[in-house]
Design a protein around this ligand. Structure first.
Ligand SMILES: *Cc1c(COP(=O)(O)O)cnc(C)c1O
Length: 498
């Protein structure tokens, strides 16, 4: 299996190369040249396996340049109870009749990013070995909160790697800040930037493409790679849990093998829902893919009209991991839907970079509206939904997941579709205690984040994740705070390149 660049189909590499490079040198994203198939017999077969074995089975179809032993090394290390609080790794909880929460947040940082970032370091170091890369891999991350912490936990003390995370000083929740600044590990670094997430992201992009830094890195035996969802190594692990949860539902008799299900995903960068689309294209019986956005609803508009337009106000919401106006992974979807029309993709994404807007053809619009349903809700509706679920089902969910539940309710009302449904639950409610408490109690609280966690644990059936409880007594290790203009020199100093 080869991987092609979405902007130049003649660039072809194997998965080890795609994973170490992160992004293609022409700016395109790596995409498998064809989508491998999955039969119902295979789904039945994997239902009898552990999560690690299920993952290995799926990876065998995509990472064809990896040996079976290499894949098992990666999955066994990543998907064990060493790292995850539940044996099943991805937990399924029935919310109400035929509607299941796919809890993807039982990993070390309590957000679904762990599902991919626990295994990415193993993919990356194995890939580097396979292509005889003799450089140390440096992971540079700009984060709005969840990715940074999940990447730090994944890469901490991994030999042959080093990681540095930039976060906006006032742009993350208190819990997220504490999670990052107390990070353990000998190869990790964390630095606050006086600016917003875009400043961090632009700074990191500029460092990636800085010729002088690149040369110095090269001379010092270092190379950059990416832990963002533009890296195929982050996307492929997300395909697994859709297949795995379907297999579990069939095994438990909740559905019959072959029955279609809907999948609802609270969406930002379009990575998680794209993984569900891949699962469907492989052959998993999926009916509708429901794409839920917060008030930054660029994707809802796109699915409904075929016009992608980022020229609009940006809102900071109570579901911050979905506050995004450029959903990178849409590029992969459009590459598939257009039949790998690289020239067309280059044109659209060139227009997005230049004018902030592009419009797809009528054919593509038709496919989009057949496969996807797009909806959104605002913060008031998000909080009302958390309160409603809590009262009706005694279930506590976080702000991102609540957006998905609300949009799913709207979808059901609009269509009357009663197909059984999986809702991706992307973060532990304890990570966003302030908003969740406010939603349940109907008033804001002036407690500190730990008192809020304790209060929430009195109200909720969900135990406080150990990973968050442990932070309270952890020493703060990182307190650097810099201007956005100082990011370059900070990197040079941090990696000893001056
Ligand atoms: C990253 C994130 C999302 C958005 O996922 P995408 O793959 O970027 O669409 C949703 N919820 C939470 C909690 C996240 O951390």
């Amino acid at each position: 299996m080869f991987y092609k660049s979405t902007r130049n189909s003649s660039i072809k590499v194997q998965s080890a190369e795609a994973i170490t490079q992160g992004i293609s040198e022409d700016g395109g994203l790596f995409v498998p040249e064809s989508i491998p198939s999955l039969t119902l017999d295979e789904v039945e077969k994997i239902a009898g396996m552990s999560y690690s074995e299920r993952a290995a089975y799926v990876f065998g179809k995509f990472l064809t340049d990896f040996t079976e032993a290499e894949i098992r090394y990666c999955t066994d290390n990543a998907y064990s109870t060493k790292n995850f609080e539940t044996e099943s790794i991805a937990e399924l909880a029935e919310l109400f009749d035929g509607t299941y929460m796919l809890e993807l947040w039982h990993g070390p940082t309590c957000a679904f990013k762990d599902m991919a970032l626990q295994i990415l370091p193993y993919f990356l170091t194995t890939s580097a070995k396979k292509i005889n890369l003799d450089k140390k891999i440096v992971i540079l991350v700009a984060t709005s909160g969840d990715t940074g912490k999940a990447a730090l936990e994944g890469f901490k003390d991994v030999p042959g790697t080093q990681i540095l995370v930039f976060y906006p000083e006032d742009g993350v929740s208190p819990m997220q800040k504490r999670q990052m600044t107390t990070q353990l590990g000998s190869n990790v670094g964390v630095c606050a930037v006086k600016g917003n997430f875009d400043d961090c992201q632009n700074g990191v992009k500029a460092i990636f493409t800085d010729k002088e830094i690149k040369e110095k890195m090269n001379n010092a035996g270092l190379m950059f790679s990416s832990a963002n969802s533009i890296n195929w190594g982050r996307l492929v692990p997300q395909i697994v849990y859709y297949i795995s949860s379907y297999a579990t539902l069939a095994k438990n008799g909740d559905i019959k093998l072959g029955d279609k299900i809907n999948v609802v995903v609270p969406t930002g960068n379009f990575g998680n829902i794209l993984a569900a689309y891949y699962a469907k294209k492989m052959g998993l019986p999926v009916n509708k893919l429901i794409c839920a956005s917060n008030i930054n609803k660029v994707l809802t508009d796109f699915i409904q009209t075929g016009v992608y337009d980022r020229n609009r106000d940006f809102y900071a919401t109570c579901s911050p991991s979905m506050d995004i106006l450029i959903s990178s992974n849409l590029e992969r979807l459009l590459y598939i839907i257009t039949g790998q029309d690289d020239a067309q993709i280059k044109e659209w994404f060139g227009a997005l970079a230049k004018e902030g807007r592009y419009e797809v053809s009528d054919e593509v619009k038709k496919v989009l509206s057949e496969e996807f349903y797009g909806g959104f809700c605002d913060d008031a509706q998000t909080k009302a939904t958390i309160g409603e679920i809590y009262k009706k089902y005694s279930y506590t969910c976080d702000t991102h997941t609540a957006v998905a539940v609300k949009v799913y309710n709207d979808y059901k009302k609009e269509t009357g579709d009663d197909t059984k449904t999986i809702i991706a639950s992307t973060a532990s409610p304890y990570k966003f205690s302030a908003s969740v408490l406010e939603a349940i109690e109907g008033k804001t609280s002036d407690m500190d984040e730990y008192d809020m966690v304790n209060k929430l644990s009195e109200l909720s059936d969900i135990p406080v994740p150990e990973a968050l409880a442990n932070l309270k007594d952890r020493e703060r290790r990182f307190s650097d705070s810099i201007e956005k203009s100082e990011m370059n020199s900070y990197v040079l100093k941090d990696f000893g390149l001056e």
